[in-house]
Write a protein that binds this ligand. Structure first.
Ligand code: SF4
Ligand code: SF4
Length: 211
């Protein structure tokens, strides 16, 4: 037999009423408080989340832009790429395809002040971002800092081909190949000229005397 005293229906009604009013004020207090604080939700994509300056100006809370070390879409600065293929070899899933040819030797300073020497130029530098897992293993060993992640993450093309980013244009590849052929001819000519000069510089061998 249940011995728990039953609450009167009026008591239950009053209790529900108090709960309802209390919870309404609790909710309203949160709404009211939000009127005096800066917004904590970034209105993406209306707001440029790549600009820290913009976010700091509009959102004085703890919100910041994309972190600098965010591993977004890869980019290659071909001005400081030596076509060494280290990144291609480091990629565990073969996203990167590079071909190269001989080029005029040049010395430059890469990212971080490291001196680099270029002797080859890329005739193809493709990254298949459809396969890429953004692990960063290609950018870490790059000797010049040419390949790096950006904070860009929005890329939704309507075909898979567009996910293959090409950093060398067909015109640039043609130009590099033409120069490589010229360099080959120049090197052969220089070698032949050197051999000729060496032969001419050699003292004439003494002729045997005729008795
Ligand atoms: S490792 Fe760096 S320098 Fe070498 S090919 Fe890749 S991007 Fe270019
Ligand atoms: S981030 Fe990783 S998967 Fe993507 S290209 Fe670089 S090494 Fe390959």
């Amino acid at each position: 037999m249940n011995m728990t005293p039953k609450r009167s229906s009026f008591g239950t009604y009053l209790n529900n009423l108090v709960n309802g009013v209390t919870s309404m004020f609790e909710g309203m207090s949160i709404t009211l408080a939000s009127m005096f604080f800066r917004a904590q939700t970034i209105q993406y994509p209306d707001v440029n989340i790549h600009s820290n300056e913009e976010l700091v100006k509009d959102y004085k809370g703890n919100l910041r832009g994309m972190p600098a070390n965010y591993r977004g879409m890869l980019h290659v600065d071909m001005e400081i790429c030596t076509a060494c293929m280290i990144c291609m070899k480091a990629c565990p899933i073969d996203c990167i395809a590079i071909t190269n040819v001989k080029c005029d030797k040049r010395t430059f300073v890469g990212v971080g002040g490291k001196k680099a020497v270029q002797t080859r130029a890329a005739t193809r530098f493709d990254i298949d971002l459809g396969k890429c897992m953004f692990c960063g293993l290609c950018s870490l060993p790059c000797p010049t800092g040419a390949i790096h992640h950006t904070t860009q993450f929005e890329f939704v093309p309507d075909n898979l081909e567009a996910l293959v980013y090409k950093f060398v244009t067909p015109q640039e590849a043609q130009k590099a190949e033409a120069r490589a052929k010229e360099i080959e001819v120049e090197e052969k000519a220089a070698k032949a000229a050197k051999a000729k000069a060496e032969a001419e510089a050699k003292p004439a061998e003494p002729q045997p005397e005729n008795n």
